[in-house]
Design a protein around this ligand. Sequence first.
Ligand SMILES: [Zn+2]
Length: 385
Amino acid sequence: MKKCVKCGLPETYESIEFDQSGVCNICCQRTFRDEKINWEQRKDDLGHLIEQYRGKYDYDCIVPFSGGKDSTFTLWYLVKHYGLKPLVVQFNHGFMRDRLKENNERTFKKLGVDVLSFTPNWKVVKRLMLEALIRKGDFCWHCHTGIFSYPMHVAIKYNVPLIFWGEPSSEYTAYYDYRDNEIEEVDETRFNRFVNLGITSEDMAGMISHDFDLDPRDLTPYAYPKMRDLKRIGYRSVCLGSFIPWDVKKQSALIMEELGWQGDEVEGMPPGKYSYEKIECYMQGVRDYIKYLKRGYSRVTQMTALDIRNNRMEKTEADHLISEFEGKKPPSLELFLEYLDLTEDEFNNIVSKTVVPPWQPNFKVESGKKTWDFNRWYREIKISD
Ligand SMILES: [Zn+2]
């Protein structure tokens, strides 16, 4: 496969393009971010934005919150630097790990914030996972649509028009390019551009209603709210990372020090190396494994690419980590197959239909190591009736 000569991301990576010298667009937009964007001006813009909304509603803003490093930093930053009174909104995808829950409790208590948590119907979640896996080779539709829709419903219900997300997508993909020098609006356009994989909740209802006892209201949390309702409250939905330059390593260290936030092991990742990354979900290993089967790279490649771009790692070290850790079968696959009632052959067959050429997957790979909390993850126990 063709790879970026600088960061090593392959041609199967979402939204990637290469220039004549073989450097990818993600690397180029990153250089623009560091050299051309006027971050002092952006910081002033943030201050003005906040003052437009401060003290005028029951809450100054909504912070959608997963408990990962980015949303934790966002919440900390807005409370500590601007003294905002936020409403924290948590969409619980159903796979939260124990250390994450401990982090969340500590963060909420230390910062002193109000929190709303919502957990959708598990039976619906499982059916959505299966359908999205079959259609797109990406079972996370329920999570991504829920995370980006549900807080918008809350914004309307509570009449809180300002919503702060964390990192802009330009850090990782080129759907929004830093070189356009615009503020990335986290709105319905963005939602339909890449969050929902091209499947709206209406589409989804049509896809699953033939074999699933669906109440039309079951999919409301995954549907983007009506534009007129959002316009009526005068909403503004933006990323904090559009106003301050995002620095994952620095920010992770900061929340560890300020909030006692703790990282965790993640399946398929080098132990201790990226313990701040993607600790929210115990299905992360399966997600990364599917990405490997479909596109020939996994999270190790993504993380080392980011480090190389930040001049924190040499290419040779990255290659070493990739060859040692990438492409292992995660222990969580067993649970995943149990939830969706699939055999591994059926799973492989589904995934093989979504492979991105020129990559050709090998389904016979060795198994990776269990993380410390594997035995605490939810198991489906068949109860006969
Ligand atoms: Zn690159």
